[in-house]
Structures are given as structure tokens and as C-alpha cells.
Design a protein around this ligand. Structure first.
Ligand SMILES: NC(=O)c1ccc[n+]([C@@H]2O[C@H](COP(=O)([O-])OP(=O)(O)OC[C@H]3O[C@@H](n4cnc5c(N)ncnc54)[C@H](OP(=O)(O)O)[C@@H]3O)[C@@H](O)[C@H]2O)c1
Length: 347
């Protein structure tokens, strides 16, 4: 695997999106040693300015030539854009860290959560590294640590995913629905009687109104009845943990939070699980913070996967239950990609 120069020129593609904005913030916060930061987005954003610390930077349009002289490309765009442009950037000599799902399951592209499988970076023969899905990241941090001690065999996850997981459009749709209902006299009665759904415009970012609701279908529905988010969680967890046969099933649910994905996790292990040992293992796990009540609000704007409600299964001494919450824009996307890039800097 190639390494970055000590002071790389960094392009953030998708810099106007919810992940891209946080990417710029975290690059600045962590004093990533960038010689220059180049924000890039679509032609829709031509002429816009985005903030890098206190400095407003003009957005460049994604086009041939935008990667000239760039050492690191952080891609925060839809899958189709990343599929097309990651090889272009790599051919221009940059190392690419992609936050989309376009390259995650490619055999020649490592899928990396550095606390769990940093060694996989050596396999980046295409010059492209993929960062996992936001729900996957929050869950593999505790599971990775528990697996080393007890030997993971089976996992059942139910997610509670925030609106920002669906990008800028998701946040805007939730915000519009909340504002509409807040301005409506008798909104509580309308919600209680079912009339509220007639007060809202047809949803587009989500398959049902999200405000004051829970939508048990995050991602697009596939032929086998699972959603794209559920299938990502299964395939990506197996790849990151190097456990291709891991039994895992997921139900991904959208909830009306703005930032922070929660997940209820049941995990079964080869070894019997001692609760105190499991807690000690989680307390020492990199990227994990043990707390009493790991809510999405607690996680928003912060780096760890917060883990709590840890208990052994009352009817199975090999199984553990816990809840975790993780900022989907930080560790679930931007922070993880930057941590990957930090591993590629000269030591
Ligand atoms: N949101 C999350 O929690 C999360 C977590 C992990 C991974 N991801 C992944 O990260 C990626 C970005 O997600 P997001 O939530 O930040 O989405 P978003 O808020 O919708 O932002 C999308 C970004 O991509 C840019 N873009 C779209 N089409 C483009 C094109 N043809 N050429 C150049 N730029 C283009 C947009 O630029 P314009 O403003 O110019 O349209 C915008 O900057 C997605 O692949 C997503 O699946 C998201």
C-alpha cells in the first residue's frame, strides 16, 4: 500500500453534504497535516463557499483535472459518483478513502474500521480504501473487542437510525415535517387520531412520515425482504471482522432523531460470557465508551460508540445484550475516513 506524503493536498468531494461538512470540521479539529484542502461538489454548488475552520473555501466542480496535484481524496458522494470517480482519482495518483457503498465489497478494496482491522489497509492494491456504513461502524467497535475475548458466533441487531443517515435531504424532510406539525393547532390530537398524516406532504426521503413516527424500513427494499441497510450491516460486519460465515440478521429502523444511530444488539459467543469480564473488555476497547444510557443525543458531536444496558441473556449463558449509539456523521463516516488517512501518513 502506498503512503501519503507528510503534508498531503486533500480533496473533500461532496463537501456540501452532511458528511462532507463534518469532514471539513474534523480535518480542522484534528489538525490533519494538509498542505491544502480542496472542497469539491457538483455543478449545482459552483461558486459556493464552505467553512474550513474560520476560512471560507470556494467549492470546485467535480471534473477532469480536479485531482491534479491531489494526494488524498475523501469521497462523500452518492454511490454512482464514487463508482465513477474513485478510479479516476486513483489513476491521477491520489489515495482514495470512500464513504459510499460503491467499493466496500470489492475484493481488492479493504473495508476498514482502524480500531478493528487496520492491518487490512495493506490490501489496498487499487489505491482505494472503503469506510464502512454508519450503523456497521457503531456496532463493530464493541463487537470487535468482545470477539477477541469470547469468539463471536451470532448477532441480531435492530437499528434506530437518524434522519441525517439519509443525507441533507433526510434532515430537511424531517425538519419540514416537524415545523409543519408544530405550527398546526391540535397537532397532538391529530397525531393521536391518525389525522396528522393527512397534514403532511407526501414523504420522499423516507417511505413514511418520519416526524413523531418510527419507520421500520431504512434503505431500499430488496427481493429477499431485507433492505439495503440491513444487507450492508451483514456483509460489512463479516468482511471487517474477517468472519465470512458469521450468522447475523438485522432490522434497520429510521427514527426521528437528527444525528446519532442507535442499535440494540444481541450477540452469542463460543465461550460462556461473564458479565464483569465483558464490561472490562468493553471498557478497554478502543473507540468505545461505556455509559449508563447511550442515547443518540449523547453521541451527537462526539467520537466514541457509546455502549450501555449491557446484560447477559437470561436464558443463554453464551449471549450478551447491549445498546450502542454513535454519531453517524463522525465515527459513522467522516472521522473513520480521516482515521484511515492518518494511518497512511508517514510514521
Ligand atoms: N449520512 C450519513 O450518516 C452517512 C454515513 C456513512 C456514509 N455515508 C455515505 O456518504 C456519502 C455522502 O452522504 P451524505 O449523507 O453526506 O449525502 P448528502 O448530504 O446528500 O451530500 C451529497 C454530496 O455529494 C455531492 N454530489 C452529489 N452528486 C454529485 C455529483 N454528480 N458530482 C459531485 N458531487 C456530487 C453533493 O453535492 P451538491 O451539494 O453539489 O449536490 C453533496 O456534497 C453517501 O455515499 C452516503 O451513503 C453517509
Amino acid at each position: 500500500m502506498r503512503r501519503l506524503p507528510a503534508r498531503p493536498v486533500v480533496a473533500v468531494v461532496g463537501a456540501t453534504g452532511v458528511v462532507g461538512r463534518v469532514m471539513l470540521d474534523i480535518l480542522h479539529e484534528r489538525a490533519f497535516p494538509a498542505a491544502e484542502v480542496v472542497p469539491v461538489a457538483s455543478a449545482r454548488s459552483a461558486g459556493r463557499l464552505v467553512a474550513y475552520g474560520d476560512v471560507p473555501l470556494p467549492v470546485k466542480v467535480l471534473d477532469e483535472g480536479v485531482f491534479d496535484g491531489v494526494d488524498l481524496v475523501l469521497l462523500d458522494t452518492p454511490d454512482d459518483v464514487a463508482r465513477t470517480w474513485a478510479p479516476v482519482a486513483a489513476a491521477a495518483g491520489a489515495i482514495v478513502v470512500d464513504n459510499s457503498a460503491a467499493w466496500r465489497m470489492d475484493d481488492d478494496v479493504p473495508l476498514v474500521c482502524p480500531e478493528v482491522n487496520a492491518a487490512a489497509l495493506e490490501g489496498a492494491v487499487k489505491g482505494i480504501v472503503a469506510s464502512p456504513n454508519c450503523t456497521t461502524l457503531g456496532v463493530v467497535l464493541p463487537l470487535g473487542a468482545l470477539h477477541l475475548r469470547f469468539g463471536l458466533e451470532k448477532v441480531v441487531v435492530s437499528s434506530y437510525q437518524s434522519a441525517s443517515g439519509a443525507g441533507r435531504g433526510g434532515v430537511e424532510e424531517l425538519s419540514d415535517q416537524v415545523a409543519k406539525l408544530a405550527g398546526e393547532p391540535g397537532a397532538v390530537e391529530a397525531l393521536a387520531s391518525g389525522r396528522a398524516r393527512h397534514l403532511l406532504p407526501a414523504p420522499s426521503a423516507f417511505p413514511a412520515p418520519l416526524a413523531y413516527n418510527v419507520v421500520p424500513r431504512a434503505g431500499s427494499l430488496k427481493d429477499n425482504g431485507y433492505t439495503s441497510e440491513e444487507l450492508k450491516l451483514v456483509a460489512e460486519t463479516r468482511k471487517i471482522m474477517g468472519l465470512p460465515g458469521l450468522a447475523l440478521t438485522a432490522t434497520c429502523v429510521r427514527v426521528p432523531t437528527v444525528v446519532g444511530h442507535g442499535a440494540s444488539v444481541w450477540a452469542r459467543f463460543a465461550a460462556e460470557v461473564d458479565l464483569e469480564e465483558a464490561l472490562a473488555c468493553l471498557a478497554g476497547a478502543p473507540g468505545v465508551e461505556l455509559v449508563d444510557l447511550p442515547t443518540p443525543q449523547l453521541s451527537a458531536g462526539r467520537d466514541p460508540s457509546f455502549v450501555g444496558r449491557v446484560r447477559t441473556d437470561l436464558s443463554d449463558r453464551h449471549a450478551l445484550c447491549f445498546f450502542c449509539a454513535c454519531d453517524n456523521l463522525r465515527k459513522g463516516a467522516a472521522l473513520n475516513a480521516i482515521q484511515i488517512a492518518e494511518h497512511l501518513l508517514p510514521t
